[in-house]
Structures are given as structure tokens and as C-alpha cells.
Write a protein that binds this ligand. Sequence first.
Ligand code: ZN
Length: 209
Amino acid sequence: MLDAWGHVSIRHPVNPDRYLLSRARAPALVAADDIMEFDLDSNPVDQRGRRVFLERFIHGQAYRARPDVNAVVHSHSPTVIPFSVTGEPLKAISHIASFLVKEPPVWEIRDVGITQGLLVTNNTQGESLAKTLGDRPVALMRGHGNVVVAPDIKRVVHRALYTEVNARQLATALSFDRPITFVAPDEAQDPKRLDDAWEVWKTEAMQGG
Ligand SMILES: [Zn+2]
């Protein structure tokens, strides 16, 4: 779900007031040397002439607002867009996406003011997005994409992937025009182990798939 524009970050493992994000580069091409360190205002700590992501404020403000969050994905996950512009709730219909029982809110950038189209380009917009996210794992960004947060990198990748998959499945279910049974809160369960899935995702990423 990370096309040429998405990004993934983690909180710094020893300094919780910093986070790690690649320089501005398509996620599929990122190498170890591209990883940069930022403070929670999203100032680069050691820029060395590297170009930084315009939308890094999404990450900094999510870490500031959520001490429980150690990994963030921002993507333009294609099938969440229809849910971000219609008011149709993106709720969990499958067990593996049951983190979506906490229904993702939709963030409206115009509530705080636009600067460059629908892109997040400053801390005021980032803070507003984090406020809309609240204590949930996912928030949709109207006409743009989503922000996904988790306690660790494996879980954030799982959530970002299955937000897209659940959106696709829900769009299919809605096309049947029949009542839908959503996953109930007492049925929701985070996967206990993600190590096997992580191995597959890592292999696919390394192969450029
Ligand atoms: Zn974006």
C-alpha cells in the first residue's frame, strides 16, 4: 500500500523524543543510509543535505500525542479514499482487520486550513490530525489517504495492509446491498504472533514486490 509517496517511521529505540524516517525517497528504494533522525517538531537532527519528506509532521505529532505509539505509516492506500469522502464508515468485517472495530475517524484538513492542497506541511496540521486520530489505530485523511499507528513496526505494517484489504472487502460487501454484520468489539483480537507474516512481507519488500 506504500506507493511512490507513502512513508513509514519508528520512534527512536533509545530516545523517545526522536523518530527515524527515511529521506524523501520512494519507500521501495529506501536503504539503510537513507534513514534520518528527527525531533518531535520534525526538524532533522543531522540533515547533511538530504531532502526530507514534506509530510513528516504527520509522524512527529503522532509520536508526541501518543506515548503508546512506536511506529507510524502514512499512505495513499487507494481503497480508503472512497470511505474518506462519502461518510460510509470503514469498520471491520474480517477477523484479521478487527483492530478497525475502533472505527477510523475522518480528518478534514480544512478545519485547520490548507497550505499545499490536501498535504500536511506543518505542525499545526499534524497536531490536528493526531487529535482526530485520538486513541485509535487508524485515521482517514479526506481525499488523501490515512495514518496508521501501532506499538511496533510489525503491527503497523499489518494494520496498514489490512486497512486496505478490509476496505476492498467492505466495498464488495456494500455492493451486495444487503445488511452487513460487522466484527463486534468482543470479537476483536490482535494477532498474537506476526513473525511468520513479517518474514513474508520482508521478503516481498526486498524483492521489490
Ligand atoms: Zn500523503
